[in-house]
Design a protein around this ligand. Structure first.
Ligand code: GAP
Length: 458
């Protein structure tokens, strides 16, 4: 019988199989940081590749950038982050631990309550009414809730007295706004067009983060579509659908996904929606789609003194475009894909296996090469050399073939190629499918095209 999926199961598998390790582990760790291991880095890179392929490569109106993490501090004044960015925090007076009040409420309600729109007073009232105790010590003795700006501050300059305060970016999209004119001019882009990037963001998050769900350093995949106001709501709806289709195509099941339209909007926003995923910790935000009006470009125009007006090449009309933003965390999506892929299966022979049913495109290794016996390793390494020119491959000659299949199942390798004594005679190998566990016999010359066809993301 299958047992319930818990975050602990995912964390343990990730640690034991080389997906993700606790950050700085030999020093006792460093809260809310995680290091991707050999298979994890492949998985996350493939997730990013899939996003870039779908939203940049396959969309001729989207242009990529890779902007600096450290930006002129005025950027963060213009964006409102210096004045307004902040999370509601409270301390447990008993054990002195600090928490984000909205997260405490959401975790307590197992994701059924959305605390994003709650004021500090509403949060305090909810916590009192539901008698929510400290998740660390179990006490009920909270400080009042106050605001905490989670931007990391560092300094630039060699002399301490002259050092300028700078911020590690808390979101990547500002690098897209400040390059609006550069991209429009050099790409000769016509509205509507989008700027996309993938990169690290940093937030001094207070709450213990539920593994990769909320970390202090994470990667975002963000895209800003610049458009006319008249078209903006159609584009907003279109990105909601495209964002949903993307994660479904990558393997997230529709019953674990839902839209969550925001009730309370930021003062500049015209609409906002999350896609939520049913994580083992409950329904939580996976990504956001935001209609940001002309706020961002107008603010950068005001703070930089540089005109952000776009001139329509057909009508000569000059205007500041509206922005539709689509933003998704690469780490958070990777976590959702790990949760979705995880399965414990009872086999017909009475054994059981843990298997990660990743979409083959994102699987860390596409194929594992396994010599049936060690004395077949020369031939197996020949096959490995051939396949590794095309795919990320694993090679394993240790232990029984059954154990080796199980190891590959646990890291989600879609195909395993076994080299046996017949291979030396007729140049054929056994190819095993991870999901069905069926085996077929294939000529080595057919391997690349067979696998290539089945590991695409379209
Ligand atoms: N530019 C808009 C923006 O940054 P956000 O809702 O704060 O909006 C967008 O973040 C996405 O980034 C989230 O939906 C989530 O996937 C990811 N994300 C945000 N904070 C995160 C964190 N601390 N750890 C991991 N992922 C995070």
């Amino acid at each position: 019988m299958k047992t319930k999926l818990t975050m602990d199961k995912i964390v343990n598998l990730c640690k034991n199989r080389g997906f993700v390790f606790p950050g700085s582990e030999i020093y006792g760790g460093f809260a809310n940081t995680w290091d991707f291991g050999p298979v994890g880095v492949e998985l996350k890179n493939n997730v990013k590749k899939a996003w870039w392929k779908r939203f940049v490569q396959e969309d001729p109106t989207t242009y990529g950038v890779d902007a600096s993490i450290l930006m002129n501090p005025r950027v963060w004044e213009a964006s409102g982050h210096v004045q307004n960015f902040g999370d509601p925090q409270m301390d447990c007076k008993q054990c002195k631990q600090r928490f984000r009040a909205d997260t405490v409420v959401e975790n307590h309600s197992k994701g059924s309550v959305s605390a994003e729109a709650m004021t500090n007073e509403q949060l305090e009232q909810y916590i009192a009414e539901h008698h929510i105790c400290c998740p660390h010590c179990g006490g009920f003795n909270w400080t009042p809730i106050r605001k905490f700006n989670p931007m990391f501050i560092t300094s630039r300059g060699t002399l301490e007295a002259e050092a300028e305060k700078v911020y590690l970016r808390p979101e990547t999209c500002q690098g897209e706004y400040v390059n609006f004119l550069n991209v429009q001019r050099t790409a000769r882009a016509k509205v509507p067009f989008a700027i996309a990037q993938i990169g690290k963001s940093f937030r001094n998050e207070i709450t213990p983060g539920n593994f990769l769900f909320r970390t202090i350093e994470f990667e975002q995949m963000e895209l800003q579509k610049f458009c006319k106001e008249d078209d903006s709501f159609d584009i907003y709806d279109n990105y909601k659908q495209r964002a949903l289709k993307f994660v479904e195509d990558l393997g997230l099941k529709s019953e674990n996904l839902r839209f969550h339209d925001h009730d309370k909007l930021a003062h500049y926003a015209k609409a906002a929606c999350d896609i939520q995923y049913n994580f083992p910790i409950g329904w939580q935000e996976l990504n956001g789609i935001h209609h940001r009006g002309t706020w961002d470009l107008s603010r950068h125009q005001e703070y930089s003194g540089k005109s952000m007006l776009y001139t329509d090449p057909f009508t000569n009309e000059k205007y500041i475009p509206n922005v539709i933003e689509y933003s998704i965390g690469a780490d958070r999506l990777t976590l959702a894909l790990l949760c979705q892929a995880y399965d414990e299966e009872e086999l017909e022979n009475g054994e059981s296996r843990v298997v990660m049913h990743f979409h083959p495109f994102i699987a860390p290794y596409k194929v594992a090469v396994l010599p049936l016996q060690k004395n077949l390793s020369d031939k197996a390494k020949e096959v490995l050399q051939l396949l590794s020119k095309e795919f990320m491959c694993d090679y394993d000659e240790a232990g029984s073939i059954g154990k080796r299949y199980r190891r590959q199942d646990e890291i989600g390798t879609p195909y395993a190629v076994t080299i046996d004594f017949d291979t030396l005679e007729d140049n054929t190998v056994t190819l095993r499918d991870r999901d069905s566990m069926e085996q077929i016999r294939l000529d080595i010359d057919e391997l690349i095209s067979y696998i290539e066809e089945r590991v695409k993301f379209n």
